[in-house]
Design a protein around this ligand. Structure first.
Ligand SMILES: [Fe+2]
Ligand SMILES: [Fe+2]
Length: 193
């Protein structure tokens, strides 16, 4: 296992941006935590990966289970695809953790790079639809979001009925400026289970 500065030079800079704000308080707080944890992983040397990945897994299990619960409780129409995507990501992260325990950080590094690309699209396409759904049910209005330092072109309005389905044509061509990796393909970076 190497122990050198670990940021993948191909990764885009990853830090919180108000472009990710959805106007649902609990989701926005959770998403800031997600970004901070992934950013820390992207900068970590190998010796710190295990602890940071454990913290990320604990966060993500709670993050995804809360959204899954809200979807079920509110009868959210796109529950299945959103929940499936959460499950696919978590399964891959758990695989990366097992590889890391065996001394192989390769998949962990790959997953962190994929998360950096995957998360903004997930927020924009799936979490934003859920946030709007919840706010409409709770307040009979869509959320008002004030984004600091974000130009209009930096945030592409979510498509209300175009949920991401791993491996679908939608995933292959999600729209201008957005890359949606298939979480199921992330396994390809590591050894077979
Ligand atoms: Fe989320
Ligand atoms: Fe989500």
């Amino acid at each position: 296992m190497r122990n050198t500065p670990s940021t993948n030079p191909d990764d885009p800079p990853f830090h919180w941006s108000d472009a990710l704000l959805l106007g649902h308080g609990a989701m926005d707080v959770t998403h800031r935590e997600f970004v901070d944890l992934v950013a820390a992983l992207s900068r970590a040397e190998d010796g710190r990966l295990a602890g940071l990945l454990d913290a990320f897994i604990a966060h993500t299990e709670e993050h995804f289970s809360a959204e899954d619960r809200w979807m079920v409780q509110s009868a959210f129409p796109a529950t299945d695809c959103h929940r499936d995507e959460h499950a696919a990501v978590l399964a891959t992260v758990h695989t990366a953790r097992r590889k890391l325990a065996q001394g192989d950080a390769t998949l962990c590094r790959r997953v962190v790079s994929e998360l950096i690309r995957w998360f903004p699209a997930h927020v924009e396409q799936l979490d934003s639809a859920l946030a709007q759904w919840l706010c409409k049910r709770q307040h009979a209005a869509v959320p008002l979001v004030l984004r600091r330092g974000v130009t209009r072109s930096a945030f592409v309005a979510p498509r209300s009925h175009a949920p991401y389905r791993p491996g679908s044509a939608e995933a292959a061509s999600p729209g201008p400026g957005i890359t949606l990796p298939n979480p199921g393909d992330w396994h390809g970076a590591g050894e077979p289970e």
